[in-house]
Write a protein that binds this ligand. Structure first.
Ligand code: FAD
Length: 443
């Protein structure tokens, strides 16, 4: 028997935030010697698309536990200035911005720590053990459970076999397609369709703003200092500073409710122009119009979501979904990557406990069941709450139908919005550790 057959063979498909976080978490395990881990990524290069990514205390706690805090902070302050993470948390404010004179809705402290995505990716890559191989240009076509394990087939003709397949392959997941056809057998065409993500009806414009240019015209623009969320009917604008305040990451969203729940005919990403963007925010307050006016190379993304899944694991437990592949939701909480990182941490801890108990090859089905029991309800609920928060931001919740875009909303209704939004954000103050303990107790 070769030494590797004593090891648990783990294949991570997808080298995005979730897949890389899992690779880091597995690298740090005491039981790492008992594991043979490979990452298979479709891209020929690891590039993070989009600009900003923010971490809430739940996700940050995990980054700290994985020993990444110092490296992440050094990306924020390369010159050596070392503030405490608590000092870096941006305040965030929500305003009704869809009229020339906006109205404050909510101010919240102790919020998020914002990063450039490329910086987070670089830190994750730096902390992956050299024993974990990343196979680029490996696009998974399908996976099938056989006697010797799960067999993976890639478009480049390569194959691989593993004991545990983790589908961290994002919203268009191939692993989800295989898993759904196994859980609910049907024709290949029907399974492929069921696995497709649906369109929320929302477009997000993604771009950065040169903070200096904005500051020259609006020296006190609040997005230079904190996270701003501006609300309007079926529209909103989010903006916050990144990279030592040199840039503002902006993500305005525009909804077409009649298109919600439909399928897209293309990949959903297109170039946009500043004029396009400006026209969406005519008659909004100046603060918002400025965030549109200074857009640099905006692109327009159709935001899709995954229909809630009853299970994130195959019936044998040898296949697991993690991150967007399982529960992609619109980014109203800016926490999709945070959820993927939480799941990665919980899964790695389960693998560690199981590997230590058996001193080698682990019973993957027990790990998967514990993972699913804890992560499926939490992540599905997070995705549902996220959609509900979107309706609050876009003033489409019941009781607000009568207010047209740009109209005043009475004070008591603003207070109601503020309370509901504040409740919606309560999760940010919680920790994943109690859930981790519950998961570990199941083994
Ligand atoms: C506008 C916007 C703003 C956001 N802001 C935030 C934020 O501030 N904070 C936050 O936490 N989250 C945010 N999110 C959500 C976050 O980006 C995602 O939830 C997160 O990237 C999901 O990580 P993942 O690893 O599951 O998937 P992904 O990051 O999508 O990674 C999937 C990887 O799998 C690869 N892949 C795909 N198919 C295959 C295949 N068949 N074979 C092999 N490899 C494959 C892809 O190339 C990719 O590298 C935002 C999202 C949007 C749209």
């Amino acid at each position: 028997m070769s030494s590797s057959s004593l090891k648990t063979r783990i294949a991570i498909v997808g080298g995005g935030m979730g897949g890389l976080a899992l690779a880091v978490a597995l690298s740090k395990l005491k039981a790492a010697d008992h594991l043979e881990v490979n990452i298979y990524e479709s891209a020929s290069k690891l590039i993070e698309v989009g600009a900003g990514i923010s971490f809430w205390p739940r996700g940050w706690e995990i980054m700290r536990n994985m020993g990444l805090e110092a490296s992440l902070l050094s990306k924020l302050f390369p010159a050596g200035h070392k503030p405490l993470p608590e000092e870096l948390r941006l305040l965030f404010s929500v305003r009704k911005g869809n009229q020339p004179q906006g109205t404050p809705i909510l101010d919240k402290s102790g919020g998020t720590i914002p990063f450039h995505r490329a910086d987070v990716q670089a830190v994750l890559l730096d902390h992956i053990s050299p024993s974990i191989q990343c196979h680029l240009s490996h696009r998974l076509v399908n996976s099938e459970e056989k006697e010797d394990g799960v067999v993976l087939k890639f478009t480049n003709g390569a194959t691989a076999t593993c004991d545990l397949l983790i589908g961290a392959d994002g919203i268009h997941s191939s692993v989800r397609r295989s898993l759904l056809s196994e859980l609910k057998p049907t024709s290949d065409g029907e399974a492929a369709r069921r696995a497709l993500p649906l369109w929320t009806g929302v477009y997000v414009y993604r771009y950065m703003i040169d903070a200096e240019a904005l500051r020259r015209e609006y020296p006190d623009h609040p997005a230079l200092q904190k996270m701003m969320i501006y609300c309007g009917k079926n529209k909103m604008m989010t903006a916050y500073p990144i990279r030592e305040g040199k840039f503002i990451n902006a993500a305005p969203m525009v909804s077409h409710p009649e298109c919600a729940g439909t399928y897209l005919n293309d990949h959903g990403v297109h170039e946009a122009t500043t004029d396009d963007l400006m026209s969406c925010f005519d008659n909004w307050e100046d603060e918002v119009r400025a965030l549109a006016k200074y857009a640099v190379q905006p692109s327009r993304w159709a935001i899709q979501y995954v229909d809630p899944m009853d299970s994130y694991i195959s019936s044998s437990g040898h296949v697991i979904l993690l991150g967007d592949s399982a529960h992609a939701a619109p980014p109203y909480f800016a926490n999709g990557a945070g959820l993927a990182i939480e799941s990665a941490y919980v899964l790695a801890a389960l693998i560690d406990k199981a590997a230590k108990a058996t001193n080698g090859k682990v019973d993957v089905s027990r790990i998967s069941k514990a993972y699913n029991a804890i992560r499926q309800p939490y992540c599905n609920a997070a995705a549902a709450n996220c959609r509900a928060l979107g309706s609050l931001y876009q003033l489409t919740i019941p009781g607000f139908e009568q207010y047209c875009d740009g109209e005043d909303i009475p004070e008591e209704k603003i207070a109601e919005l503020s309370k509901l939004m504040s409740q919606g954000w309560e999760w940010t103050e919680t920790s994943v550790m109690p859930e981790l303990e519950r998961a570990l107790a199941m083994l």
